[in-house]
Design a protein around this ligand. Structure first.
Ligand SMILES: Nc1ncnc2c1ncn2[C@@H]1O[C@H](COP(=O)(O)OP(=O)(O)O)[C@@H](O)[C@H]1O
Ligand SMILES: [Mg+2]
Length: 480
């Protein structure tokens, strides 16, 4: 790999004594402002430890950052239209769902509620579009994926610029703060929830957060709850697992979802995006019940299906963006953020993609229809998997994506329990832009870009999930 390098916002290395001192300050700042997570190894509900973070904000080209911000409402609308195009979703997902049980289960719920008649035409999307810079293409941003369910880290990363400002000031470089964009993701995402609550129009209703059995990323969820409680004190938020929803909710004769004798206005999923979160048929029954109800779902099942990797690949097929967006400048701008995406369907195009990947597997990433990190294959694993699946329909559950090689940034990653000071390491950053949309098939009521997150990982790690323990939270330091 010969990737170019950006300079850190301050000359590195920092002097040892300065480094040790600033890390101690930064860790305390993080702990006291909820830049934290629960410890997976020694789980204890009474303690929060620091979330891994990058000590100094990582450089990111201003023009590319601005482009990502500007594109978010366009992408929100695109995904909204995709989710409401039944024929497109049906034909796009057809092959994958024959071989992927999880996608098939979601799809079946979608078909069931459509056949019964949709009882809530409004959907709420709290989306996040993720990007890596393609070093070989003038560091232009390329979309990694579009998240339509449980898009995380909007809350914690809203605190990060303040942490970086504190760190830079303590290091005597407050002058650099002007290059750090504000981040109001938390308030923006919460506005989505409260706008949807108001559109539901029942003041006594509640908001339901669907959560995992154990929430390690608790700060990122509670901050939404705290913010809404502060700004809209009359709105009650209830947290329940899928299993609890199965046990404790019912549909009344008006198809309202009832919990604790109150109708649910908005259901916000922070779980439900991977198979392990549906260990039995009860969780699937719960999902179907919610989907049948009048509650506004974030996301609706159609939004979740629109967020599959298969749909991302189908949108890159020539002519498809035009179908949804027309042929203007915005379409070109969206196409420009796509990198090579190829179907592995059991047909001629799929066969060609398999051959291309076998020739040079290092150039590609193989992705199944999964969310949450750790599911993709890289390098020699791509080759192995394709050889194994070549003559099997199973391969239609995957897409092939060109591998993006971002520029390297040197930096210090601060991790809970790790030796201080950490070494300087080569890092790469992934930018996520948050978007909120509310609408029906016919009309969009609300469509905004609301903030960002930067997640940075070791350059030689394939994936950088923060919750998965690989990446670190970061803030962009804009460079010209
Ligand atoms: N085309 C790609 N090139 C380089 N890295 C990638 C690519 N696609 C994904 N990755 C890495 O893998 C991670 C997970 O992939 P992603 O598509 O976001 O799936 P998930 O839904 O599991 O988050 C990304 O955050 C990124 O670090
Ligand atoms: Mg991802």
């Amino acid at each position: 790999m010969s990737q170019a390098r950006f300079a850190s916002c301050l000359p590195l290395p920092l002097e040892q004594k300065v480094l040790v001192n600033i890390i101690e300050k930064a860790k305390d700042w993080a702990l006291m402002h909820g830049v934290g997570m629960r410890d997976k190894k020694h789980f204890n509900k009474d303690t929060i430890q620091i979330a891994p973070f990058v000590l100094l904000p990582s450089p990111f080209p201003r023009a590319e950052f601005t482009k990502a911000i500007e594109l978010q409402p366009v992408l929100n609308e695109l995904m909204h239209k995709v989710a409401h195009d039944d024929g497109f979703l049906e034909s796009t997902l057809q092959n994958a769902l024959q071989v992927d049980e999880f996608t098939a289960n979601l799809y079946n719920i979608w078909i069931t509620v459509r056949n019964e008649g949709i009882s809530q035409s409004l959907s709420l999307g709290l989306f996040r579009s993720d990007y890596l810079m393609q070093n070989a293409d003038r560091n232009a941003i390329k979309q990694v994926e579009f998240n339509t369910i449980a898009s995380s880290f909007g809350a914690i990363t809203s605190n990060l610029p303040a942490m970086s400002r504190y760190i830079l000031r303590q290091l005597g470089h407050g002058d650099l703060i002007k290059n750090m964009p504000e981040n109001r993701a938390l308030s923006g995402l919460c506005s989505g929830i409260t706008e949807a609550f108001d559109l539901f129009g029942v003041p006594t209703a509640v908001v339901l957060f669907v959560v995992e059995e154990v929430s390690y990323n608790i700060c990122d969820q509670r901050f939404h709850e705290f913010y809404i409680s502060e700004t809209r004190p009359e709105i009650q938020i209830i947290r329940k697992t899928m299993n609890e929803i199965y046990e404790e909710t019912e549909l009344n004769d008006k198809k309202q979802l009832i919990i604790d004798n109150k109708p649910v206005a908005v259901v916000y999923y922070r779980s439900g995006y991977e198979p392990a979160q549906y260990p039995s048929s009860k969780e699937w029954d719960a999902r179907l019940r919610v989907e049948r109800s009048t509650a506004i779902k974030c996301p609706s099942i159609a939004y979740q299906l629109a967020g599959t990797k298969k749909v991302q690949q189908a949108l890159a097929v020539p002519g498809v963006l035009e179908k949804f967006m027309g042929g203007g400048n915005a379409t070109e701008r969206v196409r420009d953020i796509f990198t090579g995406l190829y179907s592995l369907d059991f047909d001629e195009n799929g066969e060609r993609a398999v051959e291309m990947a076998l020739e040079d597997a290092e150039r590609f990433v193989l992705k199944p229809q999964r969310e949450g990190g750790g599911n993709n294959l890289y390098g020699s694993d791509v080759r192995e998997a394709l050889i194994r699946m070549r003559h099997s329909r199973e391969r239609a559950a995957y897409i092939l994506m060109e591998r993006i090689l971002p520029p390297l940034v040197p930096g210090y990653v601060v991790r809970p329990g790790a030796a201080v000071p950490p070494p300087i390491t080569d890092l790469v950053s992934e930018l996520g832009i948050f978007g909120v949309i509310i609408g029906t098939k016919e009309k969009i009521f609300y469509n905004k870009q609301v903030g960002h997150m930067l997640r940075t990982k070791l350059a030689d790690a394939n994936e950088g999930g923060v919750a998965a323990g690989l990446g670190a939270l970061d803030s962009p330091y804009l460079i010209d």
